[in-house]
Design a protein around this ligand. Structure first.
Ligand code: HEC
Length: 476
């Protein structure tokens, strides 16, 4: 079964885009646009994704660059400091084309110029009258969940309920809740995230959390009842996408990484305040609790793996600095684990790493008594970049996957590999285990989700969770 992969998802500021090698935008494959094709161009479908990806980040909000806002067609035509950006029907006399075309285009100021195909789309759309098919002013910013997708969206996160009966799959702005036995029809749970980056069942299986957000706009967390798919609560947090994290062992809150360098602890109770733990100097990609809920391990773009106290919210110790960014962390009672672009999977023994460090008091200033080589317990190195780690609910097993074609399962106590699942659709962006480690879910950028039994590695199911145009049927 071959399927075309998705183009870049939505926004460059999502770490998955940094993690996966982005394939060319579908538009790059288009030949120069003829009149008939240009007539069919849609602002919402064809133009807006280009503007949003390449321009909107700087040309929006309360202080847009050059006083130019590009949220709507009207605002685009109106232009900024220099006045009108284009007149419908006359692309070649426009400030817009002048700024983005030619040998050394001045926009976008950073990063590569727009591809010829994208220029063709913008030019063709203006030439044929710059028709505005957005529903109401600015509503293209609203998240839209297609009935049927043109290309399979990458699976950005997966979760298995503790009893192994349900599987949750994050696809772009929605979460698909599947019965693992395939007997009950799947439910599609919408969010208002541009991208859902994390899904997880609470330790008692009674809640399903889905989080993510909209770049430069808001973070969002939703809690659902996994039995009927009903939304229990939804809240916005901060002004940017939230990354991955972990339910607190008591199930009352979820800790998530954020672009402000903090770990955000977001209570299930929508009225209880969010706690922000300022720990990193750059985006935090993943967070995991120790099983007693007392400590957090976190890792991110600053390449650091850190352990902090939940009670005080303070850093206990930066236990490691990688040569590359850390994309995933995990924990059991004895070890913190982190992995990332450096292809190394490392366990850190808490007892030694934190010896002599006061849990209360100035954690940042406390001087550790142990050196790195005394508490580092390496796993075998991985054949490629690591994108996700998952522990079983009982924390006995660790699953590891990334930009390579297999998923490896280890025993936490002795770091021995107990299973290797070969030939998974790569890159794998998301993996999950159930409570006792007997089920493994694997989500890939191809849009496919697979369910395996462990430790035998038998494939139980392969599912496309959302309907794709031309496909006969979606997942049951
Ligand atoms: C990294 C930020 C950034 C991005 C991304 C960006 N711009 Fe700009 N843009 C600026 C800044 C800064 C100015 C004002 C200074 C200047 O003209 O260089 C500007 C000015 C402009 C102007 C002139 C406004 C006026 O009236 O004087 C136009 C037109 C423009 N940008 C179009 C675009 C388009 C189209 C894109 C997407 C292809 C884009 N920009 C992407 C930062 C950005």
């Amino acid at each position: 079964m071959t399927r075309r992969s998705t183009g870049p998802l939505l926004c460059a500021s999502i770490f998955l885009l940094m993690a996966i090698s982005t394939s060319a935008h579908a538009a790059d494959e288009l030949p120069a646009i003829d009149k008939a094709t240009a007539e069919k161009l849609s602002f919402r479908r064809d133009v807006w994704p280009i503007v949003k990806r390449h321009c909107w980040g700087c040309h929006s909000g309360s202080n847009p660059k050059g006083e130019l806002r590009m949220d709507t067609v009207a605002l685009m035509i109106k232009g900024g400091e220099s006045g009108e950006m284009f007149e419908p029907g006359k692309p070649d006399e426009s400030l817009l084309l002048d700024m983005i075309a030619g040998d050394e285009p001045s926009m976008p100021p950073k990063g590569p110029p727009l591809s010829a195909a994208k220029l063709q789309i913008l030019r063709g759309w203006i030439l044929t009258g710059a028709k505005d098919d957005s529903v109401a002013g600015g509503s293209q910013l609203a998240v839209r969940i297609p009935e049927t997708y043109r290309f399979a969206p990458a699976v950005t996160s997966v979760a298995i309920s503790p009893d192994g009966k349900l599987m949750a799959v994050a696809c772009r702005s929605e979460v698909v809740l599947l019965d693992t036995a395939g007997k009950v029809a799947s439910r599609r749970l919408p969010t208002e995230c541009d991208l859902v980056t994390h899904v997880e069942f609470s330790p008692d299986g009674k809640l399903l959390a889905a989080s993510g957000g909209s770049p430069s706009r808001y973070g969002e967390v939703r809690f659902f009842n996994p039995l009927d798919g009903k939304l229990i609560s939804s809240r916005r947090d901060g002004s940017d996408t939230l990354f991955r994290g972990n339910f607190a062992p008591d199930g009352k809150s979820i800790a998530l990484g954020a672009t402000d360098g903090a770990v955000h602890i977001i209570p299930v109770d929508p009225k209880a305040p969010v706690r922000r733990l300022d720990l990193h100097s750059d985006w935090v990609f993943d967070v995991a609790y120790t099983p007693d809920g007392k400590q957090l391990v976190s890792g991110g773009r600053d390449k650091a793996t850190k352990v902090s106290s939940v009670e005080t919210g303070k850093l206990l110790r930066s236990i490691d600095n990688s040569t590359e960014m850390v994309t995933a962390v995990a924990s059991d009672a004895n070890f913190a684990v982190s992995g990332g672009r450096a292809k190394t999977l490392i366990g850190y023994e808490y007892k030694i790493a934190l010896a002599g460090i006061q849990v209360t008091g100035s954690g940042n200033g406390a001087r550790p008594v142990s050196r790195r080589n005394q508490y580092v317990k390496s796993f075998e190195s991985q054949p490629g970049r690591i994108y996700d780690l998952a522990t079983s609910g009982d924390r006995k097993f660790l699953a590891v996957a990334g930009g390579y074609g297999d998923v490896r399962i280890y025993q936490m106590t002795d770091r021995k590999r107990i299973a290797l699942i070969p030939a998974v659709p790569t890159p794998v962006l998301a993996i999950a285990l159930n409570r006792d480690g007997s089920r493994l879910a694997v989500g890939s950028s191809s849009g496919e989700v697979r369910l395996y039994s462990l430790p035998d590695g038998k494939q139980l199911r392969s599912v496309m969770p959302v309907p794709i145009a031309g496909e006969k049927q979606a997942a049951k």
